[in-house]
Design a protein around this ligand. Structure first.
Ligand SMILES: Nc1ncnc2c1ncn2[C@@H]1O[C@H](COP(=O)(O)OP(=O)(O)OP(=O)(O)O)[C@@H](O)[C@H]1O
Length: 357
């Protein structure tokens, strides 16, 4: 297996993409980011469905596109598997016909289709037309159709978003099983952080036509490069910094000492992990508890700081559960803080005034 390497410049009215990416030779790479950032456009460029104005795309030794050398391989010659949001199955073909569609000649089609039907728990559906299937079944057929020709790279654009959440989970598991049996480097565009957490080995964050951050999933979640990426990754606590005094960050919410690295001493935002915070710390931030969410062993507190900034805290087993409405102080250890550049808000999203939580 080979890495997919692309360096692309593409413009359409109102949108510019300038993006270099090297997707690993194995595993699932999730592409996330705000709507309109260019994720789908990137997949379409890689697939050959849109043509970049300049750049190159290489898969191992094979050049798919090179503007300087006037190489532009047709989509069919890139050996890609696709699956887009609404599985576009061929409506006039049966389930079996759809799965067999891209199989190379010389393959025992009947056997291969039967194998895929069994794999995806679709035995008995071979003769059915797509319009007689449920959304989840259609997505399974579409997955089989994309993978049956053994593509060199798989491109998935929100493949699970059109199905109900419970079905989504079983589709994810089905997909992971397929990937174990037939490992295929995959680019997965999604807005669903559960897709990213559960499926992705790597994450690329696409914002404004550029790749803002790329890395192993755990690393990207733990160390977002700026406040916008942190927000996209679901970091709950982003506090705006009004000013710094030495290594102490000040804001309407209070002040906190930050062990900032010398190259980011004047970050505009501090992100606070919800874990490892200390309730009842006499030197901590003032906080009023607004709600306690207790699910199984997991207890999450929602609170607000003096300027009404909302804050989320996950309690460890030893800490007693405080009452909603009570006031206390919140100690924030250095390890829980990451200073970041960028804006903390979305003012609407992180403040609650009046607080309805
Ligand atoms: N067929 C098209 N014709 C013209 N403009 C388009 C077309 N498709 C997308 N765009 C524009 O190109 C930009 C990038 O869109 P793209 O669909 O790649 O973003 P995205 O990150 O995939 O968004 P989303 O998460 O909403 O799917 C946006 O400004 C969008 O409006």
């Amino acid at each position: 297996m080979n890495p997919l390497i692309a360096d692309l410049a593409f413009s359409r009215p109102g949108f510019d993409l300038r993006l270099a990416i090297r997707t690993p030779a194995t595993g699932i790479t999730a592409l996330i980011g705000p709507s309109g950032g260019g994720k789908t456009t990137l997949l379409r460029l890689l697939a050959g469905l849109e043509r970049p104005q300049a750049g190159h795309i290489r898969h191992g030794e094979r050049i798919w596109f090179d503007s300087a050398r006037r190489i532009d391989l047709a989509p069919g010659r890139r050996r890609l598997g696709f699956l887009f949001q609404q599985a576009a199955l061929f409506p006039h073909l049966s389930v079996a016909g759809n799965i067999a569609y891209g199989l190379p000649s010389g393959v025992d089609r009947e056997r291969e289709v039967a194998r895929w039907l069994a794999r995806l728990q679709l035995a008995g559906f071979a003769a059915r037309r797509p319009d007689s299937l449920s959304g989840g079944q259609r997505q399974r057929v579409a997955l089989a159709r994309a993978l049956a020709p053994r593509p060199s790279v798989l491109l998935l654009d929100e493949p699970f978003s059109a199905v109900d959440p419970d079905l989504r989970q079983s589709l994810r598991l089905a997909f992971l099983e397929l990937m174990l049996e037939q490992p295929t480097p995959t680019l997965l565009v999604t807005h669903d952080l559960d897709d990213v957490r559960q499926l992705a080995d790597w994450v690329g964050v696409v914002i404004d036509g550029g790749l803002r951050q790329f890395g192993p999933t755990a690393e990207v979640f733990a160390r977002p490069v700026d406040a916008e990426v942190a927000r996209i990754l679901g970091w709950p606590n982003l506090l705006p910094v009004d000013h710094w005094e030495g290594d102490v960050a000040h804001g309407g919410w209070g002040r906190v000492r930050v062990a900032a690295s010398p190259d980011e001493p004047r970050a505009e935002v501090i992100a606070i992990r919800p874990d490892g915070l200390r309730l009842g710390d006499a030197l901590g931030l003032e906080i009023e508890i607004t709600r306690v969410i207790a699910l199984d062993d997991d207890r999450t507190l929602l609170g607000r700081l003096p300027d009404h900034t909302a804050i989320q805290i996950r309690l460890d087993r030893r800490t007693p559960t405080p009452r909603p409405g009570s006031r206390t102080r919140l100690g924030i250890p250095h390890a829980a803080i990451i200073p970041l550049s960028g804006r903390a808000t979305d003012a609407e999203a992180t403040r609650c005034n009046p607080c309805l939580l």
